[in-house]
Design a protein around this ligand. Structure first.
Ligand code: NAP
Ligand code: ZN
Ligand code: ZN
Length: 347
């Protein structure tokens, strides 16, 4: 066992603070790596504050992890000491069910092992995430990271990137489609980048007027302020797809109205409370509301390789570990441009 420095939440109401725990010695198929950077996802806030009712403490958040390999087990084939690697939201799954067989480990029918606030496949050992100095992960859940891209800006691809890439691929979104991206935060800014890269016409639907210039710089073709009824009226029945990345409760009915016939409202944001949908808003126009969870391991590697080939990274603001509470407060105000990334050297 190796003592590992970390930042942890001890309860839903206490601020994150310094903590130490033990990581396992690498087994034959394990990769041990030093964490260099970890992105800050809004899921970290939901879980730290127990907004989804599933939190276990102490909790070490963080699932947008990049680092450098320091040790490998004797059966590891994909990695060697010195390699750059990434770990996203999953560290294992049953590897046996039909979804795992298809590389959809995120939908493992026997329960995947999330990177933190979950359990390993022994269903006993608690997992601890990337707000820490070092990690030991089975090589099948470790991703190859290009040395061509700035590493800190690659970290958010491991969650914000794959969570927006995967639904765009699943619904074959591209040339000829008009898409709306709701909410310009970590997920939203990656949805804009991928939507543009795939050839769709992208409209940013944001609650923050101050983000218009950034949305355009990120590649959005249009920008609409969701608070302004007149602006929304102009896009009634307009979009083929809307990617909804909003983290807080909001009225989904409003956005169903912006979809054209057969349009799909794809929810990736996970507000903690249920939403009420008026059936008529789906019936009139054969519309759908759908969801999508991160992405499986093969698709995550595909996304990272696509980003390396097309020079796509996240727009990041670096922070020190001790400033995590301030970063959370700013995210809750929508003040993030567009992903906070922790420099783990500051821990
Ligand atoms: P984020 O960086 O905090 O961005 C969320 C954005 O939503 C904000 O920047 C803001 O954009 C908008 N927003 C916030 N509060 C709002 C409100 N009350 N009404 C309307 N808009 C509001 O969060 P994130 O990291 O992108 O995560 C977004 C959500 O996705 C979270 O719920 C997270 O848990 C979830 N998530 C899901 C998956 C998945 O697999 N499905 C993966 C990762 C994260 P504007 O200023 O532009 O309005
Ligand atoms: Zn995440
Ligand atoms: Zn499975």
């Amino acid at each position: 066992m190796t003592a590992t420095k970390a930042y942890a939440a001890q309860s839903a109401s206490s601020p994150l603070s310094s903590w130490s725990f033990e990581r396992r010695e690498p087994g034959p198929k394990d990769v041990q790596f030093d964490i260099l950077y970890c992105g800050v996802c809004h899921t970290d806030i939901h879980l730290v504050r127990n907004e989804w009712g599933s939190s276990v403490y102490p909790m070490v958040p963080g699932h947008e992890i990049v680092g450098r390999v320091t040790r490998v087990g004797n059966q590891v084939r994909k990695f060697k000491t010195g390699d750059l690697v990434g770990v996203g939201c999953l560290v294992d799954s049953c590897r046996d069910c039909e979804n795992c067989a298809e590389g959809l480990e995120q939908y493992c029918l026997n329960g995947n092992s999330p990177t933190y606030n979950g359990k390993e496949q022994d269903k006993k050992t608690i997992t601890y995430g990337g707000y820490s100095k070092m990690m030991v992960t089975n090589e099948d859940f470790v991703l190859r990271v290009s040395d061509k891209l700035p590493l800190q800006a690659v970290a958010p691809l491991l969650c914000a990137g794959i969570t927006t890439y995967s639904p765009l691929k699943h619904w074959r979104i591209g040339k000829g489609h008009k898409i709306g991206v709701l909410g310009l935060g970590g997920l939203g800014h990656m949805a804009v980048k991928f939507g543009v890269a795939f050839g769709a016409e992208v409209t940013m639907l944001s609650g923050s007027a101050s983000k218009e210039a950034d949305a355009k710089r990120l590649g959005a073709h249009k920008f609409l302020l969701t608070k302004d009824e007149q602006q929304l009226k102009k896009v009634n029945g307009y979009f083929d797809f809307i990617i909804d990345t909003v983290s807080a409760p909001h009225d989904h009915n409003l956005y169903l109205g912006l979809l054209r016939t057969n349009g799909v409202l794809i929810c990736v944001g996970a507000p903690p409370t249920p939403t009420q949908i008026l059936g008529f808003n789906l019936i009139g126009g054969r519309k759908s509301i759908a969801g999508s969870l991160i992405g499986g391991l093969p698709e995550t590697q595909e996304m990272l390789d696509y980003c390396a080939a097309n020079n796509i990274v996240s727009d990041v603001e670096m922070i020190d570990m001790k400033d995590i509470s301030t970063a959370y407060e700013r995210m809750l105000k929508g003040d993030v441009r567009y992903r906070f990334v922790i420099d783990m050297a500051s821990l």
